[in-house]
Design a protein around this ligand. Structure first.
Ligand code: PMP
Length: 407
């Protein structure tokens, strides 16, 4: 665990927000590289499927096309031609008109979350977040010290309309949420949008898993519903939509985007300027070459087929091994199965140590709870490992549960 108290007494202490954070993500990323450990923890794609040769070819094409411009500092908002391409993609997906002014290119969607925190949050501000909540978002906003309220998708809880009015923004991952894999139905999206518009707040729609539709289709985004509801020529609504090439191509490009109305895009660009001047124009130019051709479409088809088989293998193994103690739904997309303990004696924070002793890891639910109190579930990733390794991982988990309950 990260020690934030190990500064020497002669030097000034670290900033206060570090006392409320953790290095769980770093731990998971490093455990993913230990050959003796089966990691079902990180949200990592199947790297053996990465289109290495196509990226090599796209890199050559990008350098031939852009020359030294690809190696320069770029405009803060990103490579204009890629902004146009993303605007065209969003226009097609929403059946509306989006232009370059609606697009900020970011260093992954993760940076979009960080910049939104910088632009919208003062200490103590309220965020209404889908619960459980993506750990990366909680991490990104920790230095801003927000308060959290749960997003109630039924909108029926007493006082929820007032909660929305008091919020700086709502945060939701409607497509195959991280950590639960839940696909929010269209009716729920429309109802939330209406409530957000009525409350006069912002809505952050984080959509990294859109390409990973394993069963059926995800349907329109909340941004698409809002675009359709407004007849305006240029998008001026409250949705800040985050996308990325991390799941449809490769995370190493670190190419993501924010789609929003032009004024807040300018504010986000202002915050970005002091964060990194600009994202890498080099990888943006490579990304442009990749998405202009057929590489992304082929990569998504290959990935989805592999992930479907992996998800099914994990769920079949779990049905054979873990059903006495856990329940879950088979996720229709994304990268994760969310397992809720049905056995009252299970605390997944405590189970974690036993799992590590059996050389298998998962993410305990507590890290997805802003208050850290949710200790009855765990997130299992099914994309990183092939089916036979997942099956072995689940057998190890079963041994860990038995060992834990016997202790
Ligand atoms: N949002 C969610 C919900 C995620 O799960 C992730 C990472 N898997 C991200 C944002 C960040 O994605 P990236 O920075 O790789 O685009």
């Amino acid at each position: 665990m990260l020690s934030t108290a190990d500064h020497t007494t002669e030097r000034p202490p670290y900033a206060a927000w570090l006392r409320s954070t953790n290095n769980i993500t770093q731990q998971f990323l490093s455990l993913g590289n230990r050959p003796d450990v089966i990691s079902m923890a990180g949200g990592l794609p199947a790297s053996e499927l990465y289109p290495v040769a196509a990226v090599e070819e796209a890199t050559r094409a990008a350098l031939a096309r852009w020359g030294s411009q690809a190696l320069e500092y770029g405009p803060v908002e990103g490579l204009p031609a890629l902004r146009d391409a993303i605007a065209a993609r969003i226009s097609a997906a929403t059946d509306g008109l989006f232009t370059r002014e609606n697009i900020l290119l970011t260093t992954g969607a993760m940076q979009g979350l960080d910049l939104i925190g910088k632009v919208l949050l003062d200490p103590g501000d309220l965020v209404v977040a889908q619960f459980p909540t993506y750990l990366g978002a909680l991490d990104a906003w920790r230095p801003r010290a927000p308060r959290y309220a749960r997003l109630d998708w039924t909108l029926g809880e007493p006082g929820f309309a007032e909660t929305l009015r008091a919020a700086k923004f709502v945060y939701a991952v409607p497509n195959y949420s991280n950590p639960t894999g839940v696909l929010v139905p269209q009716q729920g999206r429309r109802a939330l949008l209406e409530a957000v518009v009525a409350a006069g707040t912002w809505l952050v729609e984080d959509d990294p898993y859109l390409p990973l539709q394993l069963d059926g289709s995800a349907g329109p985004s909340i941004l698409a519903h809002d675009r359709a509801a407004r007849g305006t020529e240029r998008y001026d609504g409250p949705v800040l939509y985050l996308g990325t090439l991390s799941k449809s191509l490769v995370p190493g490009l670190r190419v993501g985007w924010v789609v929003a109305e032009p004024k807040i895009i300018q504010m986000l660009a202002l915050a970005k300027q002091s964060t990194d001047l600009s994202s890498s124009v080099f990888t943006q130019s490579v990304a442009l070459s990749l998405i202009e051709g057929t590489v992304e479409r082929e990569q998504v088809a290959r990935t989805v087929a592999a992930y479907r088989a992996r998800r099914d293998a994990l769920c079949a193994a779990a049905a054979a091994s873990l059903s006495p103690w856990f329940e879950w739904e088979v996720p229709p997309g994304g990268m994760f199965v969310w397992m809720r303990a049905t056995h009252p004696g299970i605390d997944t924070n405590a189970l974690y140590a036993h799992a590590l002793a059996e050389n298998v890891t998962f993410v305990p639910s507590s890290v997805f709870d802003p208050s850290g109190e949710l200790r009855t579930a765990m997130r299992l990733n099914f994309t990183r490992n092939p089916p036979d390794v997942l099956a072995e991982g689940v057998r190890r988990l079963e041994r860990a549960v038995r060992r834990y309950l016997a202790a």
